[in-house]
Design a protein around this ligand. Structure first.
Ligand code: GZL
Length: 332
């Protein structure tokens, strides 16, 4: 046999060994003891990444609840890449998990892989974010926040704040989350709709901060250079970007929460602490604690029971209108 053929054979043997090894690694990474794996459910979960305290809190809750419900969790972190989520879902299908759950980083581009899951008879739960598709029946349900309502609550707070301060015009800059993601689209729409009939309100510019702290700082530097003293309000789609923006506001000589009204979303401990200091005026809650509903829904799906198509957790608004010292520990 020529060297080329010997080389090819060696490469195929290595690839086959690698595939078997990766499957055995997946078997090893499921939670719970072996004897449980014969009886309890195997759930494949594709998480977006670790971009924020919210996301890290969501992952922690998913893992804790899987343990609590005795569910074998195959967890994959996509590190902010859609292609990694698609590859993870394909591995879950190959492994023949009982249920797939994932938080889609953006709304588009899922039809093919979700059709493969459907053809394999594996039900899919959407967690946190939604997808947009023309196809029916690719997913069973969505468990996640009402982002549109979060945007509305942010806008309604701003109207009350403008009334309280007697403002006759309000210039707003918006730092949005990941473009084409459900929270970005709906938080932007809800806020815009809430202030649409208030002639004082004027959005100077919306800019994509991708839910990242570093991008929040970059966006803030640009907006301060562009609009400086004209900025009355910053509406930021998540705490991470808000926390990135705050030092830039102070470096520019403005007192956040006083010279500029700061409105944020998520409600993690760090942002709540800054709210208590008076440097953020309003934090709309977006709970990352979705794990209980995910596990209960997965168990129902495995048992062939009907599930709720949409589960929205209840959410609060924390702001300088209340005694913020009474806000309990957030847990994320
Ligand atoms: C909201 C979630 C968002 C958070 C961000 O449910 O999708 O993604 O608001 C996170 O902190 O990055």
């Amino acid at each position: 046999m020529g060297n080329h053929k010997k080389g090819l054979l060696k490469r195929y043997i290595c690839m086959a060994a690698g595939f078997v090894l990766s499957l055995s690694l997946f078997a090893g990474c499921t939670k719970g003891s072996n004897q449980e794996s014969e009886t309890s459910l195997i759930l494949g979960f594709s998480q977006i990444g670790s971009e924020s305290a919210w996301r890290i809190g969501n992952t922690k809750d998913i893992e804790e609840q899987a343990e609590k419900y005795g569910i074998n969790l195959m967890f994959e972190n996509a590190n902010q890449k859609q292609e990694n989520q698609i590859a993870a879902i394909r591995r879950f299908i190959a492994y023949k998990v009982d249920v797939i759950a994932f938080s889609p980083i953006v709304e588009d581009g899922w039809d093919n892989v979700l059709t493969e899951a459907k053809d394999a008879g594996i039900p899919v739960i959407l967690v946190d974010r939604d997808i947009s598709t023309e196809k029916e029946g690719l997913t069973t349900c969505l468990i996640g926040a009402d982002f549109y309502r979060e945007g509305v609550m942010a806008g309604e707070y701003l109207i009350r704040k403008a009334d309280a301060l007697g403002l006759d015009h309000v210039n707003i800059v918006e730092i949005t989350g990941t473009e084409n993601s459900t929270p970005m689209r709906q938080r932007q729409a809800g806020f815009a709709d809430a202030i649409a009939n208030d002639s004082r309100m004027n959005i100077l510019e919306s800019i994509d901060g991708d839910f990242l702290k570093s991008r929040g700082a970059e966006c803030m530097r640009y907006l301060l250079d562009e609009y400086g003293d004209d900025i009355d309000v910053i509406y930021s789609h998540n705490d991470e970007m808000t926390l990135g923006a705050l030092p830039e506001i102070e470096k520019a000589g403005y007192a956040p929460g006083k010279d500029i009204i700061i409105i944020s979303i998520d409600g993690g401990q760090e942002a709540i602490d800054v709210l208590k200091e008076g440097k953020i005026n309003c934090v709309v809650e977006c709970t990352p604690k979705l794990g209980k509903e995910v596990m209960e829904t997965a168990l129902k799906l495995k048992a062939g029971e009907a599930v709720e198509p949409l589960i929205h957790p209840s959410e609060l608004v924390f702001s300088d209108e209340m005694d913020t010292s009474k806000i309990p520990e957030r847990g994320y």
